[in-house]
Design a protein around this ligand. Sequence first.
Ligand code: HEC
Length: 192
Amino acid sequence: MNKLLLKLAFISGVVFLSSCGGDSDPGYEFMPNMYRSPSLETYGENTITGMNALQPVEGTVARGHLSTFNYDGTLDGYLAAGNSAVNPFENNEKNLADGKALYGMFCEHCHGATGAGDGTITHAIYSAVPHYNDAKLNRRPGVPMNELKAGHIFHAITYGLNAMGPHATQINEDERWKITLYVQEELQNLGK
Ligand code: HEC
């Protein structure tokens, strides 16, 4: 019993003494970091994690800078891409199958399963979806759809054209090339 009283007296003594600060003394703080968190600026040096918002994350590709295709969204960029861009993906079964699946996800609803421009989307805005084998109508390079080069197709997917929106954010670079391969090998050749 005496021991218990002694303990209680000691604890109250500690509490009593620790509360004897001036008005500006916060007294005993439990986890002071919770009250006074360190202030870090977004673009300043981060002393806690060492991470720095000034530096892009490793492996980041700057917007508009692709590793296999660097042509801008202008007509000149489009024509230059048609002249020189080369599809880095080899024409094999696997790449064609991937391209076909991606085409089914991202293009078919407008361009149709056989590329005839007869997808399920029938809104008037998309009434002029071109036929991949329509040899009548000349496109921007002065050739019909079935003679568009890989660079033209990749450019159209990346930057879009009028009612066809750009697909650069939805479809990554490799996937765009696979779709291009499929369009060139299968759809552009259907009527030939
Ligand atoms: C929302 C409907 C829509 C989707 C989705 C779409 N397109 Fe198009 N696409 C169009 C329309 C409309 C045009 C005609 C634009 C024009 O001539 O003004 C077009 C034009 C094109 C052209 C011709 C560009 C040129 O240089 O003349 C190509 C190539 C093409 N699309 C490929 C694709 C591919 C590949 C996909 C899938 C990644 C795709 N499109 C997805 C509607 C679409």
